[in-house]
Design a protein around this ligand. Structure first.
Ligand SMILES: Nc1ncnc2c1ncn2[C@@H]1O[C@H](COP(=O)(O)OP(=O)(O)O)[C@@H](O)[C@H]1O
Ligand SMILES: [Mg+2]
Length: 237
């Protein structure tokens, strides 16, 4: 049950939106998701309240630095992915969540090159690696990218970050009305009316692509017993 944290000390970077897109797409694929809502604005918890039951998703609200480890240990047997939504400010939760994570995703607004909030998270990850030998997988995800931005321009931004040894996801999250509306409507992208929401199909495609890249990057670990029986099953066949 990998733990994935979305972190950027700047508000408005697109953390909460990316959390919801990833959670709903993974849940749709059948993974059991626990969202740990540590955002004082409680957007995810409010979304969950208006949505009613959403298959494969549970949301835990009022998560604090002290309660986080307990939430993970109490739910680990019923969860395939934990997804943590952090506040948009520097906070003791940041270090706790990062320390418990298998992968940290750092949303950075693709076009506004104000990446300071993301840089603070990258610095913390580097500090943990150099001073404590704790190496936590991480990637930047470009978010709120204008749909008019060309693939070439995006490649350029990715290349710039890669030059500085910052891994960047191939999939950028595009600025879409559907990604905003989902917080008002509740439910998932797939419950929305394509006649009312512009470019809904493209939004769905984008969210799916994002989730599939995360599944490849952070696969669910098989329980030890499943790993042990794998080769036995093959040799018996
Ligand atoms: N990909 C996107 N498309 C459209 N609107 C977005 C997108 N990402 C974020 N937003 C909007 O930007 C604002 C801030 O996003 P949010 O996800 O709450 O950021 P954070 O959690 O980092 O503070 C919200 O109003 C949200 O609806
Ligand atoms: Mg937020």
């Amino acid at each position: 049950m990998p733990v994935i944290t979305f972190a950027n000390t700047k508000g408005g970077a697109g953390k909460t939106t990316a959390v919801l897109l990833l959670a709903t797409e993974l849940a749709r694929k059948g993974y059991r998701i626990t969202i740990l809502d540590a955002d004082p604005q409680h957007w995810i918890s409010r979304w969950h309240e208006i949505s009613g039951h959403v298959a494969n998703i549970q949301v835990i609200d009022f998560v604090t630095s002290a309660s986080l480890p307990q939430h993970i240990s109490e739910n680990k047997h019923s969860t395939d992915y934990f997804i943590i939504d952090l506040p948009g400010a520097r906070n003791p939760l940041l270090a706790t969540a990062i320390g418990l994570s298998d992968h940290v995703l750092i949303p950075i607004q693709g076009c506004a090159m104000d990446a300071r909030g993301g840089a603070q998270v990258l610095e913390l990850l580097q500090y943990l690696d150099e001073k404590a030998g704790i190496n936590i997988g991480h990637s930047v995800v470009l978010t709120r990218v204008n749909s008019m931005v060309t693939t070439r321009a995006l490649q350029l931004v990715k290349a710039l970050l890669n030059e500085r040894n910052v891994p960047v996801l191939d999939t950028a999250i595009i600025e879409r009305a559907a990604f905003r509306d989902i917080f008002d409507c509740g439910g998932t992208l797939h419950d929305m009316d394509p006649m009312r929401v512009s470019n809904l199909e493209k939004a769905c495609e984008n969210a799916l692509c994002f989730a599939e890249e995360i599944i490849r990057k952070v696969p669910v670990k098989l329980p030890a017993c499943a790993r042990a029986t794998g080769p036995l099953i093959r040799s018996a066949a």
